[in-house]
Every structure is written in C-alpha cells, then in structure tokens.
Ligand binder design. Structure first.
Ligand code: NDP
Length: 326
C-alpha cells in the first residue's frame, strides 16, 4: 500500500517537494472491517486551505476516493462493491466502515464511477445546494458564476440553464470559454485576457446580476458585488484565488453597495444538507442520464501523479472535474 504524506504545511503555492510518497504495511481486516482499493482519487481545491485546519504535519493528504471493497468482514460492504471513502491519498485502506458510503445501489453501468467524485458527487451537490438553498435562484433571473469550467462551476451553469435562467460564466482559457458556450451559457469570457473585468461583467449583463455563485473570491468579488441587482444573493462557495496567499488579502470591500442594494451574501459548506444527499444525487444522475447534464473530467493516470494532478488543478489545467485514476 502507498500513501502521499505532507511532511510540512504548504507555504504558498504547493510544490513537488511538499509531498512524500510512503509505503504502508496494512494489517489484515478484523471482524467488522473491510479492505479498500482506490479506483479513482479526487483532487480538490479545499485540500489546500483544509490542510492547515484538518491535518497535522506528517499526516496523509486528506481527500475522498472511489474504492472497491476487495476484502470484507462486514456484511454492509460486500466484496466487489464500490464506495466513497474519505481515506485520503492512499492506494489501500483498512476501515471499519465509519464514514464509508456505498455508491447508489443502481449506479448505471454506463456512468463512470469517477463521476461519484464530481458531477454526481460532492461538487455536483455543492452546485445544487448553492443555487437552490443559498441563492434560491428563480426562473428568469441572471446568474454569474466564476471558475465556471471547473467541477462545481460547470454544474452550476447547467442547472441554472435548466431552471430557465440567464447564465454568465468566467474561466481562465479560451478553450474553456468555448466549451461553456457549447454547454449553453449565454455569455462566457476569459478573465485572464479581458481588458477590464468590470467592463466584461457589465457588457455580459447590463441589467446586473440577481445571483452570484462565488468560487474565486479576492479581487473578482470586489468588482462583481457592485454589479448586483437590488435584493441580489451571493452564494460564497469558494475563494480559490486566495488559497495560496502567504499574507491575507485586504482591500476595499463594497459595503456601501451591499447596503444600498440590500444584497444577501452567505458562505456555505456542502455538508449542511447531507440529509438530502441521496435524493439530490438521484436528481443529478437523472439529469445526466437524460443528457441534460454534461460531466467532462480531467483524468490523470497513476497514483504517483497525485501531486502533479493537484497542482495542475490549482493552476487551472482541468476542464471539468480533476480526478486521478489509480
Ligand atoms: P475546479 O474544478 O473549479 O478547479 C479549480 C479551478 O479554479 C481551476 O481549474 C482554475 O480554473 C480556477 N482558478 C485557480 N486559481 C484561480 C484564480 N487565482 N482566479 C480564478 N480562478 C482560479 O474546482 P472545484 O469546482 O472543485 O471548486 C471550485 C470552488 O468551489 C473552489 O473555490 C472550492 O474551494 C469551492 N468548493 C466549496 C465547497 C463548499 O462546500 N463550500 C465544496 C466544493 C468546492 P480557471 O482556468 O478558470 O482559472
């Protein structure tokens, strides 16, 4: 068994030397335990900020994986079944089943298991809850989403279109922008090459934005918030532009616009609505099966390439969900 550990906390943008590959000797599973083998592993932005708060130096990198039960002494997890496990960056895990979730029993044969880490998994749920619970998005409204060609953003835009909204997305390459337009986004632009972010946002929605699904934070937000309509809602999902900062960003925050326009801004974690996950995953799966939800993935092969896949995702190399095939 192999595992990737983080000997020292990240300092700035992660680099190769931050990660160490370790060989682990696993015990035989005891009564009630299972042996899991990673099939697909997730690399997600949260791993960067959470490494400081949920990990100690020397711990195995945190993260979820789709794993196969290869040995079972627990009747709840039959051998050969597939599960989602928060085992971290490990090839194999002996578990007593705590926090291990079986994939939907009727997971269709033509849907890759990797989607259980993406559009039919945590990022898809994040998109759904951010739109429905936090933004309370209604038909006919105009929505802005950034990091729109990523795992969460792409589902956000597609669900908003299904709900009859006008959707504007930003992403970091022309290829991503072209793909968003193919998906049916009403407007999309490359935030790295526009002359003025403010002008691009104004031109895309001269009437302003009812809802803003925030994945990026930092300077983007300072420009976008003043362009919200009165009674606008902001779902603060992520702030990836700040995750590698060594000193916290300070800067003008548009308090006055928020007051004058009575904007509601709410941070959220996907886990708040865990009790709804089963039915929500089914809704996502149905959209996928009906061809209404496209779920592109950026697949890196080989467990040894986990750090490269993680750093590549932070740099924006992924179109859709970034996963590693073990
Ligand atoms: P993505 O698949 O969107 O991958 C991250 C993307 O972020 C990159 O592809 C890159 O795309 C973009 N990015 C990187 N650096 C910057 C930057 N400085 N400015 C703007 N964009 C940047 O990841 P996810 O969909 O998994 O996550 C998206 C956001 O949602 C993250 O902020 C994450 O932390 C958050 N999240 C929050 C959850 C919650 O419960 N609140 C749950 C899951 C995710 P590009 O080419 O466009 O720059």
């Amino acid at each position: 068994a192999k595992a990737w550990i983080l000997p020292k906390y990240f300092d700035g943008f992660p680099k190769d030397s931050d990660f160490e590959l370790k060989v682990e000797q696993l015990p035989e599973p005891k009564d009630g335990e299972i042996l899991l083998e990673a099939v697909y592993l997730s690399v997600d932005p949260y791993m960067r900020p959470f490494s400081r708060v949920r990990m100690k130096e020397g711990d195995v990198m945190i993260g979820a994986q789709v794993a196969k039960v290869v040995q079972s002494r627990n009747p709840l997890f039959p051998e050969g079944s597939h599960v989602i496990s928060r085992s971290g960056w490990r090839t194999h895990t002996v578990s007593d089943g705590t926090g291990v979730i079986l994939l939907l029993s009727d997971w269709p044969a033509d849907v890759p298991y990797s989607l259980a880490l993406g559009a039919i998994g945590m990022p898809g749920l994040t998109a759904l809850y951010g739109l429905e619970e936090v933004c309370q998005l209604k038909a006919g409204e105009t929505l802005l989403v950034n990091a729109a060609a990523g795992a969460v953003g792409m589902v956000v835009g597609q669900i908003a279109k299904l709900k009859g909204c006008r959707v504007i997305g930003s992403a970091g390459s022309d290829a991503k922008v072209a793909y968003l337009k193919e998906l049916g986004f009403d407007q999309a632009f490359n935030y790295k090459t526009v002359q003025s972010l403010e002008q691009a946002l104004r031109e895309a929605a001269p009437e302003g934005y009812d809802c803003y699904f925030e994945n990026v934070g930092g300077a983007f937000s300072s420009v976008a918030i003043p362009l919200m309509k009165p009674m606008g809602r902001i779902a603060v999902c992520g702030a990836i532009s700040t995750y590698n900062d060594t000193t916290p960003q300070t800067g003008p925050f548009p308090h006055l616009t928020m007051i004058m326009n009575q904007i509601r801004m709410e941070g959220f974690l996907v886990g708040r609505w865990e009790h709804k996950n089963k039915e929500s995953l089914r809704r996502l799966l149905v959209w996928k099966q009906e061809g209404k939800l496209k779920c592109p993935e950026h697949v890196t092969s080989g467990f040894e390439n986990m750090p490269a896949a993680f750093m590549g995702m932070l740099r924006g190399e992924n179109l859709g969900k970034a996963v590693v095939k073990a």
